[in-house]
Design a protein around this ligand. Sequence first.
Ligand SMILES: [Fe+2]
Ligand SMILES: [Fe+2]
Length: 184
Amino acid sequence: MNGQASKGTEPSDVTVESDAIALLKADHRAVERLFDAFEKASDSDLEAKGTLVRRACEELTVHAIIEEEILYPTAHKALGKQDEIDVDEAYVEHYLVKTLIEKFDSLKPGDHGFDATFKVMTELVKHHVAEEESELFPELRETGVDLVALGEKLSARKNELMKKLEAAGSKLVGDRSLSFTRAA
Ligand SMILES: [Fe+2]
Ligand SMILES: [Fe+2]
């Protein structure tokens, strides 16, 4: 039960497909690549900026849904009283990210506030990711929760959502049935 093999070898970039933490970290790296690409995009390349923002919003929406449906409830149950606050904070940070994602329903590349909103989203997500990776994930690993089984659940749900995303084109983000924060 307690992941002997993983103790002391936090798989920062080791790809263990079925390990929940490796899967979530891979998602984090994917969205960071989009943030980097946005930063490097030329100011006049509105098409590239629009595409990068849309993809980041989609990736973040799917990631947040699987964390809120599967990871956070498991962590909340498994963690001791003193660490539960980390899960509560994570929900609040997701809520803030979601608020910014919704702004892109109406904000278009070139609009006043488009770049600033994405910049703030980038900073917020980077802060949130750093906290998950330095606090929540190691705490969860310590509890001895079966991270492989958890990874399988996350992966199955993610595949389902990605299929829905493909079917919906770019409509997923605006689909309120896919709301990802219980606080909303
Ligand atoms: Fe999160
Ligand atoms: Fe995350």
